[in-house]
Design a protein around this ligand. Structure first.
Ligand code: AMP
Length: 281
């Protein structure tokens, strides 16, 4: 695997691959990689000739009181992991390379960016959309792979790709979970062992809601209340939001019909975790 840190060098490689008619599969990440990230790498390897992973902890998607400074970083471990996973190139720019002095252009995906996580994290998706568009312009992917754990993020990136006529297919990959159901996340590293146990409540409450719907419950308010009360029963957990939404536009639904996204954000101690499940009835 080859690590590239300069935008110009990455673009020169991309020009060569395009001239050779090679397809490019791309996985943007913030590093501190886990099996969830690797599942995206494996999918990219199946579907594209060259697999490029980026690691960039993007400062503009963090709010002033969020964890940008303490976000976990371990380049050595990540590189070894990516080599094992078979990635061909790692794009690893620093903040000055991505946002040189004078940077002033930002991308907004109105409506979608303000709901769910966007309500609790104002400016977050503006930062995400901006960096992903920049990365797409640098890496020139034919295919880009994102995890369904960040359902709002994928929807926003898909919308952006359509709205801006990008020549990239945005592929959604399934959520990878620990054996007890907890969705893998770099932020799980913040959890103490007590908190790690408490964090099960995210997936357990979603699973129970799924069972309630399978048993015939169709009232979204009741499904949400069930999830909330399960989370509130866990002393280390605090609900940020629990919502049942239309997965195409993130509008809240009153009834569980067709395809519905049940999605939540929960603080376990001071760590904010997200999870979701798609129901089709
Ligand atoms: P991050 O490094 O957290 O920004 O994530 C980079 C990419 O990996 C995003 O597309 C995430 O949705 C995806 N990802 C993170 N966790 C998981 C997971 N548990 N399962 C599948 N994909 C994931």
């Amino acid at each position: 695997m080859i690590t590239v840190t300069a935008v110009g060098e990455m673009k020169a490689l991309v020009r060569r691959w395009k001239a050779e008619k090679k397809t490019i599969g791309f996985i943007p990440t913030m590093g501190y990689l886990h099996e969830g990230h690797l599942s995206l790498v494996r999918e990219a390897k199946k579907r594209a000739d060259v697999t490029v992973v980026s690691i960039f902890v993007n400062p503009i998607q963090f709010g002033p009181d969020e964890d940008f400074k303490k976000y976990p970083r371990d380049l050595e471990k990540d590189s070894a992991y990516l080599m094992k996973g078979g990635a061909d190139y790692l794009f690893y720019p620093d903040a000055a390379e991505m946002y040189p002095p004078g940077f002033r252009t930002f991308l907004e995906v109105h409506g979608l960016q303000d709901r769910l996580c966007g309500k609790s994290r104002p400016g977050h998706f503006r930062g995400v959309a901006t960096v992903v568009l920049k990365l797409f312009n640098i890496v020139g992917p034919d295919l880009a792979f994102f995890g369904a754990k960040d359902a709002q993020q994928v929807l926003i990136i898909k919308r952006m790709a359509v709205d801006l006529n990008l020549d990239v297919e945005v592929v959604t990959c399934p959520v990878v979970r620990e054996s007890d159901g907890l969705a893998l996340s770099s932020r799980n590293a913040y959890l103490s062992s007590e908190e790690r146990k408490a964090a099960r409540v995210l997936s357990v409450s979603l699973r129970r809601a799924e069972q309630a719907v399978a048993a015939g419950e169709r009232d979204a308010a009741k499904v949400i209340a069930g999830i909330r009360s399960a989370i509130e029963a866990e002393p280390l957990a605090r609900v940020d939001y629990v919502e049942a939404v239309d997965p195409t536009n993130l509008e809240p639904v009153a009834e569980i019909r067709g395809t519905v996204l049940l999605t939540l954000a929960v603080f376990i101690g001071s760590t904010r975790l997200i999870d979701n499940i798609r129901l089709s009835v």
